[in-house]
Every structure is written in C-alpha cells, then in structure tokens.
Design a protein around this ligand. Structure first.
Ligand SMILES: Nc1nc2c(ncn2[C@@H]2O[C@H](COP(=O)(O)OP(=O)(O)O)[C@@H](O)[C@H]2O)c(=O)[nH]1
Ligand SMILES: [Mg+2]
Length: 349
C-alpha cells in the first residue's frame, strides 16, 4: 500500500529542511497543473510506502493566494492519505491558525513542532502532551535542521495513515460561530458527502464567505439562501463580518491553548512588539485615525518644530557672517561703498 502525504506549513517553518531530511535524495520536481507553483515530491527514506509532497508555504486554507488555492485543491482533489503539518514552535500562535483549519479536513494528520532547539535555548518550553490532548492529533517535537525527532515523526505518520486515524477534534468554536457552522453543516451534509468533500471544513468555508465549493455540491438556490441567512444572523449577533468572526474565534482558541501549553520565561520581545504594533496599525476603526495622526505629526515636525529650528539656525549663521565680515572689512579699512555692498547688500539680502 502506498500513501500520499501532504507536507504543509507556514513559510519559513522549515518545510524544505524537513522534506530533505525525510526524503534524502529521492526527490522529484514538477508543477501543479495550470500554475507555475513548484511541486516537490519524494519517497521517505525509511518507509518507502510514504510519498511526501512539499506544498507551498501558506498561512491559512482560505483562498487569499494562488499558493493557498493550489494547496487546498491538491489536498482535496488528490485525496491525500495524510498530512504533516509543520509548525515553527517559536511562533506557535501564528502557525496554529493553519492547524485548526487542517483539523477540519478530517484527514489523518500529525503536527511536527519544528525549531524546538530555539524554543529550548531561549529557556521556554512547550507541553507537547497537552497540545496533543487539546488538538486531538499526534504532536512530535523535531529539529529538522539537525535531523532530530524525524524517526519519531515518520513512525507517527505511518501509524495514522495506515490505520486511518482521523483527528479526534475539529470543533473549536463557541457561541454564534458554532451555531452557524453547525446549522450550515446540517444543510450541506448529504451533498458534501456525495461530492466526497469534508462536511465540517466546507461548512466553515461557507460561513467564512468562501463559495468555491457551492458548484461542486450543486446546492439549490433555496439552500444557498438558507446559508446566507444563517451567516447574516451570525454577523448581526456578533456585530462583525463573517471573516473576522471566524478569525477571532480561531485566535481566541489558540490564545487559550498556548496560555495552557506554552511556558515563556523568555519572550521574543521584537516579535511581540511588532505584532502588537501591527494590531493597532491595521485596526478596523483606529487604523485611519492613526495614519492621519502620523501624517500630521510628520508635517508638524518638518514644517513646524524642525522647520523653525532650521530657519532660526540659518538666520543665526547669516547674522554671524555679517558681523564677522563687517569687522573684517572695517579692520582692513575698505572703501565704505564696497563694505556697504557686501554687508548690507549681498549678505543681508
Ligand atoms: N534553528 C533551527 N533552524 C531551522 C530548523 N529547521 C529549519 N531551520 C532553518 O529555518 C530556515 C527556513 O527553513 P526552510 O526549510 O527553508 O523553510 P520553508 O520556507 O518552510 O521551506 C532555514 O534557514 C533553515 O535552516 C530547526 O529545527 N531549527
Ligand atoms: Mg521551502
């Protein structure tokens, strides 16, 4: 039996490094059909029944970029048997966003926590067992660049795919989002199954506003109407749009999870500062006032404070020049007309 495993993760999470460790030189380069996105595949060294496909680096399974669409199409159309989701453990919160979407796919998956060397050398620690219990899939700490944890990862992957062990959990939402997703799942259930699409994942997509799969499932106008209505209800109850509702729900869950499972004695100050800054600069209501304030401040500094300092210092220099030149011309007893021309004409002018 041969199994196809998709390797997915954020950019710079160490995907290519891990891919190389897993496959050695057994690699094959190709393209995804119709796009110029490179597709690397290779056979796992110790387990030749596992074929790994290194997919493009992505941050979510939403259709925001070609890479994200290519990845999702590949996973759904090629019917991959399993997923290795690699996460940069030094940046766990951002990386887990993709993980929550992966779990909804209902495909056997393993989370590879990469860059554990950096987490440890920084003095932090991650409770892997807690993560595993909360996420409902095997979590394996690895250091891809030093070939650590790779054998364990391969064993876990072989186990989940050969026994078809699907993620135990996929429901991370509460309240209005929960209600909307479940109601939509109920509406589409039969047709999604008939089209061999993961019900829960597609329900979240529809609530999020991603309509890509409507055609494939041949939903009726009445069904589409119901979905629209359920989503609008959720938006008005929560007072935010559908995309924010889902993103906020995922981040809330992740924040709680990482507060439980990650202990930080060293904080990556720069990262948290820039992400905090980002949060304000891209805030829904505050972004524009902050932008206007920044522009006014720059304008004031240039033409106000700094400008007046510049013109004051310039005037001071000229006055000094007039005085020095006048004294000099007096001392050499130059013609009064020339002195007047230089001092009152040229310099003062
Ligand atoms: N410290 C450390 N660095 C790693 C590890 N894995 C990968 N890297 C480095 O992280 C960077 C990005 O890795 P790469 O495999 O190109 O990431 P990709 O964008 O996900 O394919 C490279 O400089 C790697 O050498 C790891 O476990 N620990
Ligand atoms: Mg890469």
């Amino acid at each position: 039996m041969k199994y196809t495993i998709a390797l997915i993760g954020n950019q710079n999470s160490g995907k290519t490094t891990l891919f190389n460790q897993l496959t050695g030189s057994n690699q094959h380069v190709g393209n995804f059909p119709g796009v110029t996105v490179e597709k690397m595949s290779g056979i796992v060294r110790r387990k030749s029944e596992l074929e790994i496909v290194d997919l493009p680096g992505i941050y979510s399974l939403s259709p925001y970029s070609t890479e994200e669409m290519v990845t999702l199409d590949f996973i759904l159309k090629e019917k991959v048997d399993g997923i290795i989701n690699i996460a940069d453990a030094t940046n766990l919160e951002r990386n887990l966003y993709l993980t929550l979407q992966v779990l909804e796919l209902g495909i056997p998956a393993v989370l590879a926590l990469n860059m554990m060397d950096e987490v440890i050398s920084c003095g932090n620690s991650i409770d892997v067992r807690k993560l595993e219990a909360e996420l409902g899939i095997p979590v394996v700490p690895v250091v891809a660049s030093r070939n650590r944890g790779i054998d364990d990862l391969v064993d876990q992957v072989a186990l989940v795919v050969s026994s078809n062990i699907k993620p135990e959990k996929y429901d991370f939402c509460t309240g209005e989002v929960h209600r909307a997703i479940h109601a939509v799942a109920h509406v589409i259930e039969d047709k999604a199954r008939a089209s061999d699409l993961p019900v829960r994942f597609i329900a979240s997509k529809l609530v999020e506003g991603d309509d890509r799969f409507i055609k494939e499932m041949s939903l009726t106008p009445a069904e589409i109407d119901i979905i629209g209505h359920l989503t609008e209800e959720m938006e008005s109850e929560l007072g935010k749009d559908r995309e924010s509702a889902l993103a906020d729900m995922r981040y809330e869950y992740i924040e709680k999870l990482s507060a439980d499972a990650v202990s930080r004695s060293c904080s990556v100050v720069q990262q948290s500062f820039s992400s905090r800054l980002d949060k304000w600069l891209t805030h829904k209501y505050l972004a524009i006032p902050i932008f206007v304030f920044a522009m006014v401040a720059i304008f004031y500094l240039t033409f106000g404070l700094f400008g007046s300092w510049l013109s004051d210092s310039f005037a001071g220099i000229i006055e000094y020049l007039i005085m020095v030149t006048g004294d000099f011309l007096d001392s050499v007893q130059i013609n009064i007309a020339i002195r007047s021309l230089v001092v009152e004409g040229i310099l003062s002018g």
